[in-house]
Design a protein around this ligand. Structure first.
Ligand code: MN
Length: 298
């Protein structure tokens, strides 16, 4: 299947691109609603409805950044659980060739974040993962599985990544205890966001080192993007989500890439695909605005 180029921009060669969009329609370990394999194509198909000019940043996508939409990662969603680690490792080897550009991956279930981080960094020790999510995804196993959308951050934590988790509102007791005592894990629960917002903004604006942003669309309030496998009430507002992305974009860090995961294509309610595409567009625009300001300052 031929996918739509993001925003229907004329295709730019891989070599000339500043930003790469990578569809990865993995749907293997979903636990409730299904359909994450439909997410990437639906987001791309909706994206031409968005104006290629961004009114906040004044980024004009017809000029910069140069975006190349990659072919999807090949997935056989009927693979066995035992084949998952090799699927992730193979994807990571593929992704390694894209280092040096800003990689924005469209999921697919959240497990893909493991393969992306594994591919982008030889050694992920010390990489900070900023995670917008309803779920901590810190379980050691979920339903007997070590490799799952519910264990993905645990596996990355074991690799030495650090976490700033935002909007969490569904955890097991062992996961909760890990958020309270585990090194390199800072969790801003949804019920704390109003009280801790200034602290969170300061934390994000002062990020240093290598940073990766992962956005599980269930981290946003389900009134914004209800079309996801495991929705939870009391999520981030659109405005809060933008503030998080803006803060990351403004930080004196090396922002390597981002993903938008767990989106499920659905006609009901209409328009979720457009909202998800707009979210992707804002991530790219806010990052690009910072890059353009830095280039002007030089
Ligand atoms: Mn998640």
């Amino acid at each position: 299947m031929t996918l739509t180029n993001f925003l229907n921009l004329p295709s730019c060669s891989l070599d000339a691109a500043d930003v790469l969009i990578l569809p990865w329609p993995l749907e293997k370990t979903v636990s409730y609603g299904t359909g994450t394999q439909t997410g990437p194509a639906a987001i791309l198909a909706a994206s031409p409805q968005i104006e290629p000019f961004e009114e906040e940043t004044l980024v004009d996508f017809t000029k910069r950044p140069k975006i190349h939409t990659l072919d999807p990662i090949a997935v056989d969603n009927s693979m066995s659980d035992g084949q998952l680690p090799e699927h992730l490792a193979k994807a990571a080897r593929h992704i390694a060739q894209y280092r040096g550009r800003f990689l924005l991956t469209l999921g697919g279930e959240h497990l893909i974040t493991y393969g992306i981080v594994d591919g982008l960094f030889d050694d992920p020790v010390g990489v900070t993962i900023v995670q917008i999510d309803a779920h901590a995804d810190l379980a050691d196993t979920l339903g007997g599985r070590r490799w799952s959308h519910g264990t993905v951050m645990r596996r990355l934590w074991e690799r030495g990544c650090g976490f700033v988790q935002i909007g969490i509102r569904s955890v097991t007791r062992p996961e909760y205890e890990l958020t309270q005592s585990g090194p390199r894990i800072e969790t801003y629960f949804a019920h704390q966001l109003d009280l801790r917002w200034a602290e969170l903004m300061h934390r994000l604006q002062t990020l240093t080192g290598r940073v990766y942003l992962t956005i599980d669309v269930d981290g946003l309030d389900p009134s914004i993007i209800p079309s996801t496998g495991t929705p939870q009430p009391n999520g981030l507002s659109w405005r809060q989500t933008m503030e998080v992305i803006r803060a990351v974009a403004s930080a004196p860090c090396e922002w390597i890439g981002a993903d938008v995961v767990e989106f499920v294509a659905s006609p009901h309610p209409p328009g979720c695909d457009l909202t998800a595409a707009r979210l992707v567009m804002k991530v790219i625009a806010l990052r690009e605005a910072t890059a353009q300001r830095a280039a002007t300052d030089d």
